[in-house]
Design a protein around this ligand. Structure first.
Ligand code: ADP
Ligand code: ZN
Length: 728
C-alpha cells in the first residue's frame, strides 16, 4: 500500500486513520468516515479504488469539486472520469464507453443521475467494487447542506447490495451521523471519527477597534497568498473589496446577489491564483477545495459557532500554518440581536438566541479558544495551552482594578441600575450622545470619570465584574446591570480588586508575530520558493489547471529546503509521485540548479530529508516575487502599463498592483514616463492633499472622469516615493 501511496500520490506515509479505514474498505465492510476538512478523506476511497478490481463510483454534490478531483487524479496518472450535467453528451458517452471497457478506475457521478433508469442500466453494465459517498451529510435534513438528490442514494444501495459503501463527511454532529447510517442503509458500519482539531490553524479574536488597519496588517503578512474575508452583508463585501483594491490589493467581492457567471469567474480566478482576496458573504467557499488559503478573516461577528468553524476550516487544508481572525464588537452583537428580534417563530428565535450566545461566549472567552471549539464539537480537550490561539499566545497581566471598579459601580448606581454595559461605558467615557443628554446623565459627577480608558477595555472590565459577581445581569436580549450585594460590600468596605488584561499592547503584538500568528516559519529559501512558484504558475496556466494541482506548497517548500539536484532526490519530495516525477522533475530541477549556482549554495539533501521539518526557524524575509520583478524590469525599459500588461498577458490592474508593491517596499523604480501631463499631475496631487487620505475613490469622485484610475494611482505612487525619500 505504501508503494502505491508514493507512486500515485507522492506521499510517504498515511495521515491518521487513513490506513485503518482503507484496510476496512478493502475487507468489503461499510464505513463511515468523519474527518475535518483537510483530514485526507479522498485518499480513503481513491487508494482502495486502485487496488480493487473493476471501478469505484464516487457520488459528489458539486460539479466544481468533481472536476478538481478528477483533474488532480489524472495529473497523478489515475484513470478517472466524471458524469454530470456540465459534461456535453458526446464527452459523456465517451466516458461511459471507457467505463464499460474497464479503462477507468474511478468514476465521479452527480447524485441526480442515479434516479434515471437508463443510468442505472449503465451502472449495472459495470463491475462496481466500491461506492463512495462524498459530503455524506447532504443526505440529512439535520445538516446544514441538505440535498434532496441525495435521497436517490438509497436506491443505489438497493441496486448494489453486495458492494461496500464508504460515506465521508466533515460534519460531526451525532444527529447527522445517525441519519447518514439509516438513510444510506449502511450495514454494521465501521465508524471512524478523527479529531476535529485543526492544529495548523491559529485562532485570533480581537476587538473591532481598527478593523481595516488590522486587516491590512494581516494581509501584508500574507502578501501574495490566498485569503477569504467574510462580511455580514452584500454591500459590506463590495465596500471592503473596493477599499482593498484601492490600496493596490487584488480583491473581489462575492455574494449571492451577483450574477451566476460573475460568481463562477471569481471562484475560478481565486482557484487559479489570479485574484488573491475574496470578500464574501458566507455563500463563498462551499464549492471550492483550494488547499492553500492562508488567511480567513471574519470581519463581522459570525452567526453561529458551527458557521465559524466551517468557514475558518477553509484555511490551511494542506496542513500548513494559517490564520483565522475574527473582529468582534458590541455593535455587531446588537445588530444580530436586532435581526433575531425580527424572527416571528418563537422556537426559531430562541434557537437563534442560543446560537448567538454561544458565539459571544467564544468571543468573550478568557481561556483557550480551541478548547472551547473542541468542546462545542463534542470532543474532550484536556490541554490548557494550545499554543495556537490568541489567548494561549498572548500573555495576560494582572493589574489593580480597584479604582476603575469603583467608578463603574458608582456609575451604575448613579444612573439608577437600569442600563446595560454599552450605556454605562458611554457615561463613563463622557460621551455626550443624545441618549445620555436626554436623561440628564451628562450632569452627573460620574460623567466622563473614565475618559482615559479605552471603551473596549471598559467593556471587558464590566464583563469581568459580571463574571466575578460584583455586577448582576438582569434580563436577556439587552440585559441591565445592577450592583450586587457583593458589589455594595466591595464599595463600602473599600475592598481591593485585581483583574487581568492583555500585556501591554505593543509587547503583545510582538509576541504574536514572533510566536506564530501570520508567520510561516521558514527554514526554506523563500526566494527559491518564489521562483519555483512562478514556474508552477507558468505550467498551470499553460495547462489551464489550478497551480496547486501541479504541486502543493508543501512540495515547493520541501524543494526550496532540500534543494534536490537529481531525480532520486527529487522523487523524495512529498507530493512527487511517478507521473509528476516524469513530467516535472526536469523543469523544476533546472530552476533549482540554476538558482543554486547563481547564489553559490550547496544542497541540503544530506540532512536526512524526511525528518527535518520544513517549518522550522525563520531565516529570510519574503522578498518581492519573481513576477513583480519582471514587471519592474519591463517598466524600467520604458514600457507603459498597457504594454507591460500585454507583453506579460496579465491584467493592467495586476501590473499596477505590482508597482504599488514595489513602491511600498521602497524598491527603486522610475515612474516618470507613466505620469500624466504636468498640469494634471499637480491637480491630482492637490486633490489627494485636500482629501487628506490615500484612497483613490474619493479623489476620483472629486476630479471626475477626465482622470483615469491609472493616472491617479501613478501620481499617488510618485507622492509616496517622494515621501519615502523625505522630500514630499
Ligand atoms: P478532505 O477531503 O478531508 O478535506 P483531502 O482529501 O482534500 O481532505 O486532503 C487534504 C490534503 O491532504 C490534500 O492536499 C491531500 O493531498 C493531502 N494528503 C492526503 N493524504 C495525505 C498523506 N497520506 N500524506 C500527505 N498529504 C496527504
Ligand atoms: Zn489556545
Amino acid at each position: 500500500m505504501l508503494d502505491q501511496l508514493k507512486a500515485y500520490f507522492g506521499f510517504d506515509r498515511f495521515l491518521p486513520l487513513q490506513e485503518e479505514i482503507i484496510t476496512k474498505v478493502l475487507a468489503k465492510l461499510d464505513t463511515l468516515v468523519l474527518m475535518p476538512t483537510g483530514g485526507g478523506k479522498s485518499l480513503c476511497y481513491q487508494l482502495p479504488a486502485l487496488r480493487l478490481p473493476g471501478i469505484t463510483l464516487v457520488v459528489s454534490p458539486l460539479i466544481a469539486l468533481m472536476k478538481d478531483q478528477v483533474d488532480g487524479l489524472r495529473a497523478n496518472g489515475v484513470p478517472a472520469g466524471m458524469l454530470n450535467s456540465a459534461i456535453p453528451a458526446e464527452e459523456a458517452s465517451l466516458v461511459q464507453d471507457q467505463a464499460q471497457q474497464g479503462s477507468l478506475k474511478i468514476l465521479y457521478v452527480a447524485p441526480e443521475r442515479l434516479a434515471l433508469p437508463a443510468f442505472q442500466r449503465f451502472l449495472h453494465s459495470l463491475e462496481v467494487s466500491l461506492i463512495a459517498i462524498d459530503e455524506a451529510h447532504c443526505i440529512s435534513e439535520w445538516g446544514h447542506d441538505f440535498r434532496p438528490d441525495y435521497r436517490n442514494l438509497k436506491a443505489l444501495r438497493r441496486e448494489f447490495p453486495g458492494v461496500p459503501v464508504i460515506a465521508l463527511t466533515a460534519t460531526a454532529t451525532k444527529q447527522v451521523r445517525e441519519d447518514i447510517v439509516t438513510q444510506l442503509g449502511l450495514q454494521k458500519p465501521e465508524i471512524f471519527i478523527s479529531s476535529f482539531n485543526r492544529p495548523n490553524l491559529t485562532y485570533t479574536i480581537q476587538p473591532k477597534t481598527d478593523p481595516l488597519g488590522s486587516l491590512l496588517h494581516m494581509l501584508d503578512k500574507h502578501r501574495g497568498e490566498s485569503a477569504i474575508i467574510y462580511r455580514f452583508s452584500r454591500k459590506a463585501t463590495e465596500e471592503t473589496a473596493l477599499e482593498l483594491s484601492d490600496r493596490g490589493y487584488s480583491a473581489l467581492p462575492y455574494h449571492a446577489g451577483l450574477d451566476r457567471e460573475v460568481r463562477r469567474e471569481t471562484q475560478e480566478r481565486f482557484i487559479r491564483d489570479q485574484v488573491q482576496i475574496v470578500v464574501a458573504t458566507i455563500a463563498f467557499g462551499m464549492g471550492i477545495d483550494k488547499p492553500d488559503v492562508r488567511l480567513v478573516v471574519h470581519y463581522d461577528l459570525p452567526k453561529t459557532v458551527e458557521g465559524y468553524y466551517q468557514e475558518t476550516g477553509r484555511a490551511g487544508r494542506d496542513g500548513l500554518p494559517s490564520d483565522c481572525v475574527l473582529f468582534y464588537s458590541y455593535g455587531d452583537r446588537s445588530k444580530q440581536e436586532y435581526f433575531i428580534g425580527q424572527i416571528e417563530d418563537d422556537d426559531e428565535r430562541d434557537k437563534a438566541h442560543t446560537k448567538l450566545d454561544q458565539i459571544l461566549a467564544l468571543c468573550d472567552l478568557r481561556t483557550c479558544r480551541r478548547a472551547y471549539l473542541m468542546e462545542y464539537l463534542g470532543e474532550s480537550w484536556p490541554e490548557t495551552d494550545c499554543g495556537g490561539c490568541d489567548i494561549c499566545l498572548l500573555p495576560r497581566e494582572e493589574f489593580d482594578a480597584t479604582e476603575i471598579a469603583q467608578k463603574i459601580l458608582s456609575t451604575a448606581i448613579r444612573t439608577g441600575e437600569r442600563f446595560g454595559a454599552n450605556y454605562l461605558v458611554e457615561v463613563l467615557r463622557g460621551a455626550a450622545i443624545k441618549a445620555v443628554r436626554d436623561r440628564g446623565h451628562h450632569e452627573l459627577s460620574v460623567f466622563g470619570i473614565a475618559r482615559d480608558v479605552d471603551s473596549d477595555e471598559l467593556k471587558e472590565m464590566v464583563r469581568s465584574m459580571v463574571s466575578n459577581g460584583l455586577l448582576a445581569q438582569q434580563g436577556s436580549g439587552y440585559p441591565t446591570l445592577m450592583v450586587s450585594q457583593q458589589g455594595r460590600k466591595f464599595l463600602n468596605n473599600r475592598e481591593k480588586l485585581t483583574l487581568t488584561r492583555p500585556k501591554q499592547v505593543a509587547a503583545a503584538q510582538r509576541a504574536i508575530s514572533e510566536q506564530g500568528i501570520g508567520i510561516r516559519d521558514t527554514a526554506y529559501d523563500t526566494k527559491l520558493f518564489d521562483e519555483l512558484a512562478a514556474l508552477r504558475l507558468e505550467i498551470a496556466t499553460d495547462r489551464e489547471v489550478p497551480a496547486y494541482q501541479i504541486f502543493g506548497n508543501k512540495a515547493l517548500q520541501q524543494m526550496a529546503f532540500h534543494m534536490p539536484q537529481d531525480e532520486v532526490a527529487f522523487s523524495k519530495i512529498s507530493g512527487v509521485g511517478d507521473v509528476k516525477l516524469r513530467e516535472f522533475s526536469e523543469p523544476f530541477l533546472k530552476v533549482i540548479t540554476e538558482y543554486m549556482q547563481a547564489n553559490g549554495l550547496a544542497s541540503n539533501v544530506e540532512q536526512s530529508p524526511r525528518r527535518v521539518p520544513v517549518t522550522a526557524p525563520k531565516k529570510k524575509v519574503r522578498g518581492i516575487s519573481l513576477s513583480v520583478r519582471e514587471t519592474r524590469d519591463l517598466v524600467a525599459q520604458g514600457l507603459s502599463l498597457a504594454e507591460v500588461a500585454e507583453q506579460r498577458g496579465i491584467g493592467e490592474t495586476t501590473i499596477r498592483s505590482h508597482l504599488e508593491q514595489l513602491v511600498q517596499e521602497g524598491g527603486e523604480i522610475d515612474l516618470e514616463h507613466l505620469m500624466p501631463s504636468n498640469a494634471k499631475r499637480l491637480k491630482i496631487e492637490a486633490a489627494f492633499q485636500e482629501m487628506g487620505e490615500a484612497r483613490l475613490t474619493p479623489v476620483r469622485e472629486m476630479l471626475g472622469d477626465d482622470y483615469t484610475w491609472q493616472e491617479l494611482a501613478v501620481v499617488r505612487m510618485g507622492m509616496r516615493q517622494r515621501q519615502a525619500e523625505g522630500v514630499g
